[in-house]
Design a protein around this ligand. Structure first.
Ligand code: BTN
Length: 240
């Protein structure tokens, strides 16, 4: 393990291999690690995705990161950090990697409709562990992933992982601070500007209709034949 300091003066713990940066960061948090502490690994043996899924990586080919956030938000507002983080990751990818990153509700980051980064927000008591996985250098994907996933390399972007790490940490810090200071409106506006979901005919958690945008809790508003329904969590699929 090595430790360095980011531009915002929070420690970065770097690991060659770990079960999951989420587990490692949660352990550090339980031992009092400060707000903003980041854990970065070259590879994970048990990477975790949303909704109990696994997150696979090839060693050295991804940005695998967990950040400890000791937020001042009320507990009920903490899930909004995942939308703020999605905005932060998309902006970092656009600015540093030069790829056309867009958001799919709630927090998938996509390029050309294919997933390039995922975000996992986990709460341990009053601490948030924010997990971010970015596909950086996987140029060839197995056929079943080819249509649904991509990487910075595949999109012809800049694969400098250190520059991306620094941009992601900076922007997560900025959007988190904005959310805490100004509330959800600025995050919602930026999320909406970057998102592809609004206007699409979608299905989420058994609700089918036209996605209309986010309510003040970050829920997706879907206009159905029976009226507007708010979906707070889940996966969205496009329907034709
Ligand atoms: C998703 O399912 O879209 C979220 C994936 C989050 C993966 C990242 S990789 C770094 C961190 N450690 C984990 O075990 N998961 C997150």
């Amino acid at each position: 393990m090595t430790e360095s300091t980011s531009a915002v003066a929070s420690p970065i713990v770097r690991l060659p291999s770990v079960d999951s940066t989420q587990i490692y960061a949660a352990r550090l948090a339980a031992h009092g690690a400060p707000d903003g502490t980041a854990v970065v690994a070259e590879t994970q043996t048990h990477g975790r995705g949303r909704r109990g899924r696994e997150w696979h990586d090839a060693p050295g080919s991804s940005l695998l990161l967990s950040v400890i956030l000791r937020s001042s938000l009320p507990v009920a507002r903490l899930p909004l950090l995942s939308l703020a983080s999605a905005v932060a990751v998309a902006e970092a990818l656009i600015a540093v990697a030069g790829v056309d990153a867009r958001l799919k509700w709630p927090n998938d980051v996509q390029v050309r409709g294919r997933k390039i980064a995922g975000i996992l927000l986990e709460r341990r008591a009053d601490v948030i562990v924010l997990g971010i996985g970015v596909n950086v250098m996987q140029p060839d994907l197995v056929p079943e992933l080819d249509a649904v996933a991509t990487s910075i390399a595949r999109e012809g972007g800049d694969t400098d992982r250190e520059a991306l790490l620094s941009a992601v940490l900076d922007r997560v810090g900025q959007w988190r601070a904005r959310l805490e200071r100004e509330g959800f409106d600025p995050v919602r506006a930026r999320w909406t500007a970057l998102a592809t979901t609004p206007g699409r005919h979608v299905s989420a958690e058994g609700v089918t209709g036209v996605a209309r945008g986010l309510d003040s809790d970050g829920a997706l508003i879907i206009e159905t034949d029976a009226g507007a329904t708010h979906v707070l969590a889940g996966d969205v699929v496009e329907v034709s």
